[in-house]
Each structure stands twice: as structure tokens, then as C-alpha cells.
Design a protein. Structure first.
Length: 246
């Protein structure tokens, strides 16, 4: 593996220390909120946090870890690109090194979310103090997308592939900002959402696409589709970075 790419990856990871702290802080805030809900229900007889007849679901605090590759894919091309070039790095080094960074972040975030879904959350929901009729359930992204039905390893790989696709898309879009093709991309995205959604034929195209990258019954097809699209979208950022001014 290219040592210069690894050096860029190291610079990237150091540069996003603040994002890591923000992600952990978000997770802790969600954990505190969920704990308060649980404790208030557990410690009172007549006072209910969500209402006597209401069923609420707590979003798993572990989901906050998925913010890290998302925020990194905004901050790295927007702010760290110039730093790497000024330190003597080449644009090709930044391209390959940043890809390594996204893979690392997607793997770590997805692993933490999947571990939480298969270990911590079921343990809490099986607790004798957990009342599903009142507290509802703990919502984890792997469960929402149905990936947990295929087991830990498949769910982890599916979430990792999806996270990489999302990071690649945001990275490339962020890299293009300030240029005419960046504005064109923004307008295109808005147009697709605005035009495709109300028209049945076009809406079916959107449904097909999201079924492909999220809800496809064949996990292998979903994984391959996400990884292929991630590689293609990320490759688009290379010529963008080659023309990006410092």
C-alpha cells in the first residue's frame, strides 16, 4: 500500500478529532435522554414520561456513530484537502488516502452500531424492567432496514457498504461545491426529488433505486450495488480534485 496514501489517512484522522468528539457527545446525549425515559418510568407509579396511552420508541444511541463518516466526508474535502497539499502531498495521494479514511470510519461506525443491535439492545429489551407496552422499542438502523434478519456478519457488511456509498456521495458533492458542476449537481438532486416523487412512473424509479441499495431481498446484490456505486461516485471526485484550487 502506498505510504503517502497512508500518511494522508493519518493526517485525515488527526484532523477529524473534533468530529469524533462531537459524535461521541451526540451519542452520550442520546444515551442520557434514553436513560431518563427508562428511569422515570421505572421509578414512578402514576407519572408517565410519554403518556399513559402512548407508546414511544427510543432511537438507539449507537446510531450516532454513523454521523462520523458523514461529517468526515464533508469536513475532509472542504478543509483538509488544502492542508494536505500545503504539506507537500499530491492530489492523487489525497484521493487514495481519503478513501482509506472513509473505509476505516465506515467499518468502525457500522461495527459499533451492529454490535449494539445484536448485544446491548436485546439485553435491555429482555430486562424485567423494560415494559414494551409503554416504552415501545429501541430503534436501530440495521433493524429498520431489515438487515438484522440475516445475522450479525451480513448486517455489518450491508451497513458498511451503505455507509461507504453515502460517504462517497457526500465527499464528491462537497468537493464540487463552488464550481458550476457543483451547482448543477445540487439543482439535479433537488429536481429529482421534486419531479420524480409526484409522478408515478418516475417515483417507481426512485423506489427501485432505494430498494437496490437498502431493501433488496438479496443481501449480496445490495452489498455489491452499494460498493460499486460508492467506487463510481468516489471516482468522480478525482478530476474534481485535480482542478480544485488551493
Amino acid at each position: 500500500m502506498d505510504n503517502k496514501a497512508l500518511a494522508v489517512n493519518k493526517i485525515n484522522l488527526k484532523a477529524i478529532t473534533g468530529l469524533i468528539i462531537a459524535t461521541v457527545a451526540t451519542m452520550l446525549a442520546m444515551l442520557i435522554s434514553s436513560s431518563i425515559n427508562f428511569i422515570l418510568w421505572l421509578g414512578t407509579d402514576g407519572i408517565h414520561w410519554r403518556g399513559a396511552d402512548g407508546i414511544g420508541n427510543d432511537i438507539s444511541p449507537a446510531n450516532a456513530f454513523l454521523l462520523l463518516p458523514l461529517m468526515a466526508s464533508i469536513g475532509i474535502p472542504a478543509y483538509n484537502f488544502r492542508r494536505v497539499i500545503n504539506l507537500g502531498g499530491k492530489r492523487s495521494n489525497f484521493f487514495s488516502g481519503t478513501a482509506i479514511t472513509y473505509v476505516i470510519l465506515a467499518v468502525i461506525a457500522s461495527l459499533l452500531v451492529t454490535i449494539s443491535n445484536f448485544t446491548i439492545e436485546p439485553l435491555l429489551e429482555r430486562s424485567p424492567y423494560f415494559n414494551p407496552d409503554f416504552l415501545g422499542g429501541i430503534v436501530n438502523l440495521t433493524e429498520v432496514f431489515g438487515w438484522d434478519q440475516r445475522g450479525f456478519i451480513i448486517a455489518f457488511v450491508q451497513l458498511t457498504a451503505f455507509s461507504l456509498l453515502f460517504a462517497a456521495f457526500v465527499h464528491t458533492l462537497t468537493s464540487a461545491q463552488g464550481k458550476w458542476y457543483g451547482w448543477l449537481a445540487n439543482i439535479t438532486i433537488i429536481a429529482v426529488i421534486s419531479v420524480f416523487t409526484p409522478i408515478p412512473v418516475l417515483r417507481r424509479s426512485l423506489v427501485w433505486f432505494f430498494n437496490l441499495i437498502i431493501f433488496h431481498q438479496n443481501a449480496l446484490i445490495q452489498i455489491v450495488a452499494c460498493l460499486a456505486l460508492a467506487a463510481g461516485v468516489y471516482a468522480l471526485s478525482r478530476p474534481i480534485l485535480a482542478r480544485k484550487t488551493i
